[in-house]
Structure formats: C-alpha cells, structure tokens
Design a protein around this ligand. Structure first.
Ligand code: ZN
Length: 243
C-alpha cells in the first residue's frame, strides 16, 4: 500500500494542491493534523483532503482552537488572531468535522499523533530525549508525528534505548524494517526548517520504506491571499523564508 502522509497544512491550499499533484496516485492519505489555522483557505484545505479521502485525519492544536475546543489563551497573539479569523470562515459542517477528529490513532504498525504519544496536542518532539520517550510510549514500531513543522527521523534500536535524531531532506528514504522509528514528514503549509517548499512523505508498506519530499509552490500567491484576508503580517512573511 502506498500512503501519502501530510501534516500541518495550515489552510495553505495552494501548497496542498502542489503536494497532491506531485504525490500522484496513492492508496491512502494520512493527515496528522493542523489542517486549518494561519493560512488563507481553511475551508478549501479541508475540502481538498476530504475529496482525496484523507483517512485518518487527526486534530491538531490549531484545529481544536478554531472550533473552541482549546483555550486561545494558550496561543501567541498572531496565532490567536489567525484562529479567530479562521473560526469565522468555518460553517457548522466544518466545525462538526473538526470536532469529530481524534488526536491520536493506531493504524496497523503505525501510531499516528499530532504532537506526541505522551501529549497528542501540545508536545513538540524535536530532540532525541523526547523522541525516545515518545517511542517508549507506543506499542508499534513506527510513530508518525507532526506539530513542529520540521521533517525529521529519530531511530531507536529497541524499546528503552536512546534515540538518534536527524533532519530529513528532500529525497531522503528510510528503511523502516529494522528497529523503531519516529518520523515527522514536515509541514505542507508552513515549513520551519528554512526550506520554504511544501513537505510531505510517501510510505510504501510493502517495501517497508518511507521517503520525504519537497515541492515548490506559489508562495507569493498564498501570501497575497493572506494579505487580502488581513491575516497577521508576521505569518505572511515567514512563509517565504521557511521559518
Ligand atoms: Zn502546526
């Protein structure tokens, strides 16, 4: 089975369309959450993923905040402003959809979660210690996370051992058949690893491999739509720099 893994789309429908086009025909789409928040097209992003049969789709902290299921006081001012704008764009059907989503789920050999298995909504796994603790918290050999917007892999030879963590670059391919792995595919709509291109991963369950990819999209057009929606300037500027 070939699976497209996306995360942190953040209402950047132009970036999402570039990813869906480049990924081509797949058997499934797994979405690790934060489909909305920050970007200019929350409804279209949700609809593109529903149309492509994304299942499971997880709820991230922004998804929950935009439907009132998470306290906005936990957000910084620009994230809060974007969440309030996003909430006004969503209809009852979009709110019901977002409220129905889990934040963590097990699919065969894979634990999927937005933040981490220890804290699916809030924890950022960006160092080896947090990655080892995450791997020790799951029963499956592979754990897929989003939330940090940084494509990375942490590997562990067996449960209870230290983890080795490294960033993932465009074209990197992992053999998942030995040991235990935590993988973040990176962010579709707001990458933060100084590569502005949209990030995604392709999983081949038969081969036991996972590859990470980047695809350029029209950043300027997303920025124009954000400006038109009067979204906060720092959120517009950061897209061009991948931060
Ligand atoms: Zn996010």
């Amino acid at each position: 089975m070939k699976v497209l893994i996306v995360s942190d789309v953040h209402a950047n429908a132009i970036a999402l369309e570039a990813v869906l086009a480049r990924a081509g025909v797949v058997d499934a789409v797994w979405n690790l959450g934060d489909t909305v928040g920050y970007g200019p097209e929350p409804v279209r992003s949700l609809e593109l993923l529903v149309d492509r049969g994304a299942d499971p789709t997880l709820a991230g902290n922004h998804d929950l905040a935009c439907v009132g299921a998470l306290d906005l006081a936990a957000f910084n001012p620009v994230a809060r402003a974007a969440a309030l704008w996003t909430a006004r764009q969503l209809g009852p059907e979009h709110r019901a959809h977002l409220l129905s989503l889990p934040s963590t789920l097990v699919v065969a050999d894979f634990t999927l979660t937005h933040g981490s298995p220890r804290d699916p909504v809030w924890e950022y796994v960006v160092d080896a210690a947090a990655a080892a603790a995450s791997l020790d918290a799951v029963a499956t050999p592979v754990c897929l996370v989003g939330h940090s917007h940084i494509a990375l892999v942490a590997s562990q030879t067996s449960a209870g051992n230290d983890a080795v963590l490294r960033p993932l670059r465009d074209g990197d391919t992992l053999d998942l058949s030995h040991g235990r792995y935590l993988v973040n595919p990176g962010s579709v709509g707001q990458p933060r690893d100084r590569d502005s291109r949209a990030a995604y991963a392709l999983l081949d369950t038969a081969a036991g491999t996972l590859s990470v990819h980047r695809v350029a999209y029209d950043v300027g057009e997303t920025q124009r739509r954000m400006a038109e929606a009067s979204l906060p300037a720092p959120l517009i500027a950061r897209l061009a720099r991948g931060i």
